[in-house]
Ligand binder design. Structure first.
Ligand code: NAD
Length: 499
């Protein structure tokens, strides 16, 4: 189990008790509920099995750098077994099970996730570094909501796709990233299972533990053996899975670079593909926006989950007439964010997920400074052990700066200004990505005018990062294709014959 973190951190300039500010007492969530095994096998055919490869990877607590567990690293022969188990489960009954029976199974999974919510939240925070208040209030409840939502669809597919005969695709290979490990597993599994497919899922190498606990939840919920198989490992395991000839569909969430490789490897095959990739979202603040509300939205947009969010509002576009006022308020708000122990219920910004990701963030921030951007960070005490990066704001950024073009995937905001709505839209769309965007204005017509012109899969108005299982999520351009959530998300897991 992880050791205690050093002194509580995040008491920042401007809120020092000595200056008449206030400090929070530590409020650390207990880890007693969570039993982490020393070693985990793969989940194939409804049981935990040793990897034939004999190899393991170590998963680490990013807030302490202490190892949490050894996890099997599946080789191609293990992936073969998992795909075969999924095929058997598909042909032996899951595809033919009446929708209402699949629905019952999914409802049980959803309820079991709620039942074990605290345990899952603590484990997510230990393995991934995100603040407990986020894993507790967002990741786990939303994961349950995805199962509830899709349980509701399972017996209504013929109404969902009127005058068509929806049928499952078969065996689906799913690969997910480390930023929302349990939630991404739920996004992928729930629609696939609701529509009668079976799955081989590969979690990310730095955050496999909640997916392995989910395997236990699935068994408790009586998901038949082989319907969901979980193979852990790194990029090589993912590559063996997505190129496996026994798959009918691949669903991938991760970086654009890997997404592109997968698309190339599947070109010319019959395997269907959906890709949820990176983003560089613009958060547009007009001069008539409710300033304090917009400041909150911008903070949430970029510092939620340490900025490890594909749809993060990493580019602030603020109208020139209010830029000075807005940035002043923004900096003052950021100076109150509490960075530190992710298990503390008061923490706003947790640990960076891995040393590798910290290296990526650091080098892009250095590039931002070299390119002439002005970097601002609050006075912020970081723990000595673990991987941390302070909230960072760049002003004086040009559209061609790397910090404005590349996905940092960390707590780093690039600020640009604009004068007219046309300029805001042109700058917002000046990106190879197109996943999400935000618009802040008091005027509904201006919000709609802007939203219509933004090339982004999701546009939030006077809010940000609102994720909901009923609403489709996905990208344009280099952010990928296909949708997850809502009716659109279901459509990518069925084949639609004509009646
Ligand atoms: P990554 O692409 O390196 O890894 C994602 C997953 O793919 C991991 O499980 C990894 O092991 C696996 N993988 C790596 N190489 C592979 C290969 N050659 N073939 C198959 N699988 C392979 O990305 P990451 O650094 O783990 O995640 C961050 C990225 O994910 C960011 O770019 C972010 O924007 C994106 N992301 C997108 C969404 C979305 O919904 N659009 C959600 C979360 C994260």
């Amino acid at each position: 189990m992880p050791g205690e973190l050093a002194e509580p951190t995040g008491v920042l300039a401007g809120v020092d008790p000595a200056d008449g500010g206030f400090a929070y007492a530590p409020s650390r969530e207990s880890t007693d509920l969570v039993a982490i095994q020393d070693r985990y096998g793969l989940w194939i055919g409804g049981e935990e099995v040793e990897a034939l490869s004999g190899r393991t990877i170590t998963t680490t607590n990013p807030a302490t750098e202490e190892p949490l567990a050894e996890v099997a690293e599946a080789g191609p022969e293990d992936v073969d077994l998992a795909v075969a188990a999924a095929r058997r489960a598909y042909e032996d009954g899951w595809r033919d099970l009446p929708g209402r029976e699949r629905a019952k199974v999914l409802y049980r999974v959803a309820r079991q996730l709620q039942e074990r919510a605290r345990e899952l939240a603590v484990l997510e925070t230990l393995d991934g570094g995100k603040p407990i208040k986020e894993s507790r209030d967002i990741d786990v409840p939303l994961a349950a909501a995805h199962f509830f939502h899709h349980a509701g669809w399972a017996d209504k597919l013929e109404w969902a796709f009127a005058n068509r005969t929806p049928s499952p695709l078969g065996v689906v290979g799913q690969v997910i990233p480390w930023n929302f490990p349990l939630l991404m597993a739920a996004w992928k599994l729930a629609p696939a299972l609701a529509t009668g497919n079976t799955v081989v899922l590969k979690p990310a190498e730095t955050t496999p533990l909640t997916a392995l606990l989910l395997a236990e939840v699935l068994a408790e919920a009586e998901v038949p053996p082989g319907v969901v198989n979980i193979v852990t490992g790194g990029g090589a395991t993912g590559a063996s899975l997505v190129s496996h000839p026994g798959l009918d569909k691949v669903a991938f969430t991760g970086s654009t670079t890997v997404g592109r490789q997968i698309q190339e490897s599947l070109a010319g095959t019959r395997t269907r593909l959906t890709l949820e990739l990176g983003g560089k979202a613009a958060n547009i603040v007009y001069e008539d926006a409710a300033v304090d509300q917009a400041v909150e939205g911008v903070v949430n947009g970029i510092f939620f989950n340490q900025g490890h969010v594909c749809c993060a509002g990493s580019r602030l576009l603020v109208q020139e007439s209010v830029a000075e006022l807005f940035l002043d308020k923004l900096r003052r708000r950021i100076a109150t964010l509490r960075v530190g122990d992710p298990l503390d219920k008061n923490t706003d910004v947790g640990a960076i997920n891995s040393a590798e990701q910290l290296g990526r963030i650091t080098s892009l921030v250095e590039a931002g400074v070299e390119e002439g951007g002005e970097r601002w960070q609050p006075a912020c005490a970081l723990p000595e052990k673990g991987w941390w990066f302070p909230p960072t704001v760049f002003t004086g950024v040009s559209q061609s700066s790397r910090i404005a073009r590349e996905e940092v995937f960390g707590p780093v905001l690039a600020v640009l200004t604009f004068r007219t709505p046309e300029e805001a839209v042109a700058k917002a769309n000046n990106t190879p990505y197109g996943l999400s965007a935000g618009v802040w204005s008091e005027k509904g017509s201006k919000v709609l005018w802007t939203a219509e012109r933004l090339q982004a899969g999701v546009v939030w108005a006077n809010t940000f990062n609102k994720l909901d299982p009923t609403s489709p999520f996905g990208g344009y351009k280099e952010s990928g294709f296909g949708r997850e959530g809502g009716l659109h998300g279901l459509a990518s897991y069925v084949s639609l014959g004509r009646r």
